[in-house]
Design a protein around this ligand. Structure first.
Ligand SMILES: CC(C)(COP(=O)(O)OP(=O)(O)OC[C@H]1O[C@@H](n2cnc3c(N)ncnc32)[C@H](O)[C@@H]1OP(=O)(O)O)[C@@H](O)C(=O)NCCC(=O)NCCS
Length: 387
């Protein structure tokens, strides 16, 4: 697959499929040279030697690379899956892992990679392409929204809670938490969540059966005879797929981390959670399918999150340093209440994740641009395979 010819330096940019045997080690260099973040903070992804680890769990995926001479200078990944969107069953292509190494930026390589991936989506019958980035990633938004015609359609919040390996949180005695069998979880989600959540995956059973999905839990009040309030969530162990590491952080955060490391268990002794050391590679538990109903649902969601915190604290010798959940923020009344009851640290969270979408076809079942960007009353199902 040939990309574009750059006249200015006579170097041909070739876009081709990723070849695991040939490209694996060079891809790691591309990833390392592309820190994501802004002036004050940056984040590195350690793919644990497998550059396609983030998309392997979706049924249909691809990775493209951009090559100049014999050198890899960029990459992009994508996956296609069936979802419910705006009350319709459609296919969506998810764009992720777009990288161009710094010396080759602003030469059209990033946009060529996205266009080639969109072509691949179309050949696999995708109705829409979508991607997520941070509000302050000017390059990414400039490329997708400015150049390629995507529109911003959701601004969910990524809520992050540190795991304190020395501390088990005490759960309220009036709440019962039960682990569901996969079959039960599938039918629970299909019955209660599918019709109210955008991007609800058509292959939810495949997600719940994946070995990274470590379980689904439901919480109820022990004495709620009418079962009017309940909450559900599932847990995905991202640490088995990739690790993250903070490269650059504000001085205040670095100093606080050092102080917390120094004080160690003493903080727990006085009932405080230490700031986790995020400068060494860490994994996280991702909570998905978080949904709650009933007048007293807030406390149930909080209890489920604390239950997961305790699991993370006792499992894997502290490999998971964070519990992360993404919920639709201000735009959604239902999820706004979730936002308030999911325990999180503001300084670690990001309240402005930016989801962008673009229709790839023009058919009757497609929602128009103006409808897409309207504030939705539906919640958002964040597929853990997209994280
Ligand atoms: C985002 C990224 C892939 C862009 O790659 P690129 O090859 O430089 O992009 P292009 O040359 O195709 O840029 C196309 C358009 O996007 C916009 N754009 C690209 N970089 C920009 C920047 N730093 N600031 C503002 N707009 C930018 C411009 O409109 C540009 O058109 P122009 O050069 O004619 O003005 C690259 O900056 C990168 O790897 N960043 C780090 C990783 C990252 O943030 N990935 C995105 C995750 S979603």
């Amino acid at each position: 697959m040939v990309g574009q010819w750059r006249e200015e330096d006579d170097e041909e940019v070739v876009i081709r499929c990723y070849d695991d045997r040939r490209d694996r080690s060079e891809m790691e260099c591309v990833e390392k040279s592309c820190e994501i973040g802004h002036d004050q903070t940056s984040l590195f992804t350690d793919t644990l030697g497998d550059p396609i680890c983030r998309i392997r769990n979706t049924p249909l995926f691809t990775m493209l690379v951009a090559e100049v001479g014999n050198k890899l200078v960029g990459s992009i990944q994508g996956s296609v899956k069936p979802v419910e969107f705006d009350d319709k069953s459609v296919k969506v292509g998810y764009v992720l892992g777009l990288r161009v190494v710094p010396p080759y930026r602003r030469r059209g390589i990033g946009s060529t990679l996205v266009r080639k991936l969109e072509e691949w989506f179309v050949t696999h019958n995708a109705d829409y392409a979508y991607m997520a980035t941070q509000k302050d990633n000017e390059a990414s938004l400039g490329l997708f929204v400015g150049t390629l015609g995507y529109v911003v359609f959701r601004n969910p919040a990524i809520l992050v809670n540190p795991v304190n390996p020395y501390r088990s949180l005490k759960l309220p005695s009036d709440i019962g938490i039960r682990k569901l069998k996969v079959k039960e979880a599938v039918s629970w989600y299909r019955k209660h969540v599918a019709s109210t959540a955008d991007f609800f995956p058509g292959d939810i059973n495949r997600i719940l059966r994946n070995k990274l999905s470590i379980g689904t839990w439901v919480a109820n009040y022990n004495n709620d005879d009418n079962i009017r309030s309940w909450a559900i969530l599932s847990v995905w162990d991202s640490s088995k797929v990739f690790k993250l590491r903070v490269g650059k952080a504000p001085l205040s955060y670095m100093l606080l981390t050092k102080v917390c490391n120094f004080l160690g268990r003493f903080l727990t002794f006085i009932g405080l959670t230490a700031l986790p050391d995020l400068f060494t590679p860490f994994g996280f538990y991702f909570l998905y399918g978080v949904h709650a109903e009933g007048p007293l649902r807030g406390k149930l969601v909080k209890a489920l999150c604390e239950h997961v915190h305790n699991m993370a604290a006792s499992n894997d010798g502290g490999a998971c340093k964070l519990v992360v959940v993404e919920v639709d923020g201000e735009s959604n009344v239902h999820d706004d209440s979730l936002m308030r009851c999911v325990p999180h640290w503001k300084m670690l969270s990001c309240e402005d994740d930016t989801w962008c979408i673009k229709p790839l076809k023009c058919t009757e079942k497609m929602t128009s641009f103006s409808e897409i960007t309207k504030v939705s009353s539906r919640s958002l199902f964040v597929d853990p395979r997209d994280v």
